[in-house]
Design a protein around this ligand. Structure first.
Ligand SMILES: [Zn+2]
Length: 235
């Protein structure tokens, strides 16, 4: 593990999320990020665009909304101002490489690559570029669940977020400028979290789903699992 960043403690793990738009990160992953934060991870959320072309009536509030969400889930945010619907794979590769240099992440989470006809053009470009860099640099990479369309997404990693479902709902609620969007409807978000529970044969609870694109581990991974039962769970 790299330890040369001055903004994280020695031995602290860092997750870097890279998403096209603010709110892309909380919908599929707020619960997981909150759990990771409680477990001592350093949570860095990078947003490629600043929402200036958003269809929502409230402009320029995305940064404050993200910071408010970050306070709830224990994440710090960084915005880039790439042009929505127009940024290039190359631009995202550059941003990603730069962020990796600064944060030395142990794990990267981004959009699941989806054919453009099913998903958002920006999500697809982001997914391809981030995958390219993570693969080249051999960094563990997870794809998060698309908000609506599941095509091209094959989840193989599920996180029980029941204990932090209220944090997730509150973090999503911070994005007031987006509440008019269909995918921000609370019942749909809860139903999807319950859907993943059903997928796992669980009668109760809420889950988030990820697809592990690639994962490299060393001995510490097995030690962590072996000592899992000794970990004191947050109340
Ligand atoms: Zn988006």
């Amino acid at each position: 593990m790299n330890i040369n960043s001055d903004s994280k403690n020695f031995g602290q793990r860092t997750v870097l999320t890279i998403y096209a738009h603010a709110d892309d990160e909380v919908l599929p992953a707020a619960g997981t990020l909150s759990l990771m934060s409680k477990a001592g991870w350093n949570i860095r959320c990078l947003i490629l665009t600043d929402g200036s072309l958003s269809s929502s009536p409230i402009k320029g509030t995305r940064h404050q909304e993200a910071d408010a969400a970050g306070k709830i889930i224990g994440a710090t945010y960084e915005f880039y101002a790439l042009e929505e619907y127009n940024f290039s794979t190359q631009a995202v590769i550059k941003v990603t490489e730069e962020a990796i240099r600064r944060w030395q992440p142990d794990l990267i989470i981004t959009h699941a690559p989806q054919p453009e006809k099913y998903g958002h053009r920006d999500h697809e470009v982001c997914a391809i570029a981030v995958s390219n860099v993570a693969t080249r640099k051999n960094i563990t990479l997870w794809y998060s669940a698309p908000p609506v369309f599941l095509r091209g997404f094959e989840p193989n990693f599920f996180v029980d977020i029941t204990s932090v479902i209220e944090e997730k709902v509150a973090a999503i609620g911070c994005y007031e400028s987006e509440v008019n969007k269909a995918f921000m409807q609370l019942d749909a978000i809860l139903v999807l979290s319950r859907f993943w529970a059903r997928e796992l044969g669980q009668k109760d609870g809420y889950f988030e789903a990820f697809e592990i694109s690639r994962q490299c581990v060393d001995a510490s991974f097995f030690y962590a699992i072996a000592n899992n039962h000794q970990v004191i769970k947050p109340s």
